[in-house]
Write a new protein. Structure first.
Length: 628
């Protein structure tokens, strides 16, 4: 697809947890599922400085939810419970954010002010998230950085039971750096490139957390004739491109639907004037056990006619935009209810031919009209149809501005309206933080090297391959590699092989690797020629399985005691003499099969290079003697 021709524009918001204690207290930032006690809250929207209410907060308030909070005393305190004011700002987290800002060529502010961002979905006990602007400007691979902020992470959602939503406070307050790019990214592929580059710079600072849930990417996507849509919670870098591509297809599909509705002369007034029809009596007659039981328990079946919407609600192609999916996600979020059926795809067990005729007659359905059915308690069913009718009106505009979340298949679904300026107001409990020029100059003098600088150093100084250097950086093993090579300067290749190949192989067997001490012990043993380097995998595996034992015990258990040269020579002569026919027929080419036989016997007991040299010598002698 030519993304330039459709006016594709995207921006990134990257939220990365900083490896430190919480932002406004000294609680550790550990994620644990233990619980000491719980408490409950209800949250309501508050007005901005100008007396306005944010539309996203209002939409959340309409859901009338209650929130329960799980608390472990060692990972949360009165600050997270909103029972005491925030303590002093975590200086370590601020320093990490400043380092990141400088590495992204941003300009730190002279004085940092804190704001409250209204959030009443329960993820923050106070009903707002604290955020502070740290730096402005900057650039990554040709894409401008707009802002860099330091903020607190949200509570961790555990479950929902009806109108009750439960959160764990262990994550609330963990410091986050938020990096917002300008919306000038011109293709989905470029999004992935920029996110990858920012991620590598973040990791190079050694000041951020790693692992699932520690980084989250939000996307702002728009196309010409579409609208800005904010997509929340892309955790996997490799899915960013696909998410953006699917959002483009969705917006293009909604634009096509809008144009078709215009062609059919559908108006806002037509849709807003549509009434709801009670079809419960009709559906009492059908042979559907599930629906029959629901009706007998007091459920209603209500219907909504959508004039000239025939063929536009449901799409049989998953990739195409579908008003059905839009209606479904809206009703699930706003009313906690799925709607039952639509006229573009009717379930045979519910609506057969005669029933369809009755419905059309009752609703006065014309040729191009569509209808939707919902079933449930009367008030909820009515509310669901109201939501669907409002979303149908928005279809006349094409693409509504909204916040959406990513689903497992990289599609998106509705979350809430796009927040406005009324979402933010000043924080009154935290004084401004001065950021002096002296502090910035001091940080500039000790900035960590950029990933490409470190990789270049590894290539030149340690003679690693580019792939090995990149892997060490990506897996944050570069510092350990440098430390080990300082102690063992001639062992760069074996150290790289242990870190990048041997340890992952051991881990893949389900063996826990929770210390680098066995690696240090093994390297010392190799240096002292206590066993051959070819047996590294065996020795390390033994040490990780038996963490209390020594290298000597591992060598003995694996039967890897070093053999003397004369003993090795005797064995090689014996192997060559036993295979005289092989030597006669293959000559020098007999080296590889003979080496294979010897390594089975001698692996880990003698260096492979020594075995190879001795074998070549004995093989040459045998060939000169005619294979004897």
């Amino acid at each position: 697809m030519n993304y330039k021709s459709i006016g594709f524009r995207a921006g990134l918001e990257i939220h990365q947890q900083i490896a430190s204690h919480k932002l406004f207290c000294n609680c550790p930032s550990n994620i644990k599922n233990e619980v000491d006690f719980t408490f409950e809250r209800m949250l309501r929207p508050t007005q901005s400085e100008l007396g306005e209410l944010d539309r996203a907060a209002l939409a959340e308030a309409k859901r009338n939810l209650r929130f329960g909070y799980y608390v472990l005393g060692t990972s949360a305190c009165g600050v997270e419970a909103d029972e005491e004011p925030p303590h002093e700002v975590n200086e370590d987290a601020l320093e990490a954010t400043l380092i990141i800002a400088l590495r992204l060529k941003s300009t730190p502010v002279d004085e940092m002010h804190w704001m409250r961002k209204i959030v009443i979905d329960g993820s923050n006990t106070a009903g707002f998230q604290r955020t502070g602007l740290v730096a402005l400007g900057g650039e990554v691979d040709g894409v401008g950085i707009e802002t860099i902020a330091l903020e607190e992470d949200a509570a961790r959602k555990i479950k929902r039971e009806g109108r009750m939503v439960y959160y764990n406070l262990d994550r609330l307050g963990i410091p986050l750096v938020e990096i917002s790019t300008k919306s000038t990214i011109e293709s989905p592929a470029k999004i992935e490139q920029i996110a990858g580059r920012i991620g590598s710079i973040l990791r190079s600072t050694k000041r951020v957390k790693r692992g699932i849930g520690t980084i989250r990417q939000d996307l702002n996507v728009s196309i010409e004739a579409g609208a800005r849509v904010e997509i929340k919670g892309v955790q996997n870098l490799r899915t960013l491109r696909k998410v953006a591509e699917r959002e483009v297809h969705r917006q293009l599909g909604l634009i096509r639907i809008r144009k078709e509705l215009e062609r059919r002369n559908v108006t806002r007034e037509q849709l807003e004037n549509q009434k709801f029809f009670d079809l419960t009596g009709l559906f009492r007659q059908i042979d559907s056990k599930e629906l029959g039981q629901a009706i007998n328990s007091g459920a209603y079946v209500l219907a909504l006619r959508l004039p000239s919407f025939s063929g536009l609600i449901d799409s049989k192609q998953k990739e195409e935009a579908s008003l059905y999916r839009e209606f479904d996600s809206y009703t699930q979020i706003e009313v906690e209810m799925k709607f039952m059926a639509n006229s573009d795809r009717l379930p045979n067990e519910i609506v057969d031919g005669p029933m369809l005729g009755e419905i059309k007659k009752k609703l006065s359905i014309k040729e191009d009209d569509a209808f939707l059915l919902v079933s449930g308690k009367r008030d909820k069913a009515t509310e669901a149809l109201q939501v669907i009718r409002e979303r149908a009106v928005k279809a006349l505009e094409g693409v509504p501005e909204e916040v959406r979340r990513v689903t497992a298949d990289c599609s998106t679904e509705y979350m809430r309206p796009l927040p406005g300026a009324a979402r933010m107001y000043p924080e009154t409990d935290i004084p401004p933080v001065l950021i002096s020029a002296r502090r910035i100059e001091s940080l500039k003098e000790r900035l960590p090297p950029l990933p490409e600088e470190k990789i270049d150093d590894f290539l030149k100084r340690h003679k690693l391959s580019e792939e090995q250097a990149k892997q060490l950086m990506d897996q944050e093993l570069d510092s350990l590699f440098e430390e080990l090579t300082q102690t063992h300067p001639k062992r760069e290749k074996i150290i790289a092989r242990i870190l990048l190949n041997t340890l992952p192989e051991i881990s893949a067997k389900g063996i826990e690797i929770n210390s680098d001490e066995p690696v240090r012990s093994v390297l010392e043993a190799i240096e002292e020629n206590r066993f051959a380097k070819e047996a590294v995998n065996e020795v390390l595996t033994y040490l990780f399985v038996n963490p209390g034992e020594s290298v000597e015990q591992a060598i003995e258990a694996c039967k890897l005691q070093i053999l003397g040269i004369e003993k090795v020579r005797e064995l090689i002569v014996e192997v060559v003499m036993e295979r005289t026919e092989l030597v006669k027929s293959q000559g020098e080419w007999a080296f590889s099969p003979l080496m294979g036989v010897l390594m089975k016997e001698l692996r880990g007991k003698v260096d492979g290079g020594v075995i190879a040299d001795l074998l070549r010598s004995e093989l040459d002698k045998a060939i000169k003697k005619g294979g004897i």
